[in-house]
Design a protein around this ligand. Structure first.
Ligand code: KIV
Length: 278
């Protein structure tokens, strides 16, 4: 079957048909190629790159230029997945003019299809301004890592009645603002179910249980490339970290015992050429 580029309408159609969909992160060309080959529906160039690629303690300090640099690499590697550029902290919170200008850069300069921003009701006017400029917006509520200081750490959100109601109100405000989908991060599964049923746009869960329309994971977490911690909601499908350490140890041993490079890795030269050398 001919494979087509995934659009926001495909994700909406999947919600209507009750077909779950997938999104994972990628920050570079080879990962984008792999993710696309696996048939994942959407690639998020997440600001999580600050932590899992740049080794920073949180996502707050990553810049627009760093995000665009990684988005360009991903766009070169992916042909089919919907490409989502994550707007970094302070690239949109400062007002609609900055927000529209920076959102536009993800599409014009970095090959992204849509942008994602964090925040609920308070960010709805900003989301609306970007949508009105013709740029599809994915919302992100619940645990919003850019405001980790205000939230008091990486904690599950929406656990008491007031907080749960707030998450529902945030979701409805983003839907009203024209967002085409919303990431729900680290909220109880039954709250995510209520939100998913209330919204006409797809929800994409990360630590939000099985009832969301789609699921998203940070690739470096699920393949074991990020070793600092593993959140409870992550399933590790493979441990690439250990596999790479083992491969590099073997390389070191083979160089030291002179079994690498072997004849199959060498370029040859004719005897008569060598004979003319002095
Ligand atoms: O930056 C990111 O990777 C994200 C996901 C956790 C959804 O926002």
């Amino acid at each position: 079957m001919e494979r087509k580029k995934v659009t926001i309408h495909d994700l909406q159609a999947k919600k209507q048909k009750g077909e779950p969909f997938t999104m994972v992160t990628a920050y570079d060309y080879p990962t984008a190629v792999i993710v696309d080959k696996a048939g994942i529906d959407a690639i998020l160039v997440g600001d999580s790159l600050a932590m899992v690629v740049l080794g920073l303690p949180n996502t707050v300090s990553v810049t627009m230029e760093e995000m665009l640099h990684h988005c360009r690499a991903v766009a070169r590697g992916a042909q089919y997945a919907l490409l989502v550029g994550d707007m970094p902290f302070m690239s949109y919170q400062t007002g609609p003019t900055d927000a529209v200008r920076n959102a536009g850069r993800f599409l014009k300069e970095a090959g992204m299809d849509v942008v994602k921003l964090e925040g609920g009701k308070k960010m709805a006017p900003i989301a609306r301004a970007i949508v009105d400029a013709g740029i599809p917006v994915m919302g992100h509520i619940g645990l919003t890592p850019q405001t980790i200081s205000a939230l008091g750490g990486f904690k599950v959100q929406g656990k008491d009645a007031a907080a749960a109601q707030q998450v529902i109100d945030d979701a409805l405000a983003l839907e009203d603002a024209g967002c085409f989908a919303i990431v729900l991060e680290a909220i109880p599964d039954r709250l995510a179910k209520i939100i998913t049923e209330r919204l006409s746009i797809p929800t994409i869960g990360i630590g939000a249980g099985p009832h969301c329309d789609g699921q998203v994971l940070v690739t470096h977490d699920m393949v074991g490339l990020f070793d600092r911690f593993v959140p409870k909601f992550v399933k590790r499908y493979v441990n690439v970290h250990d596999q790479m350490v083992e491969a590099l140890r073997q390389f070191k041993a083979e160089v030291e015992n002179r079994t690498f490079p072997g004849p199959e890795h060498c370029f040859t030269i004719k005897d008569e050429v060598l004979e003319r050398l002095y």
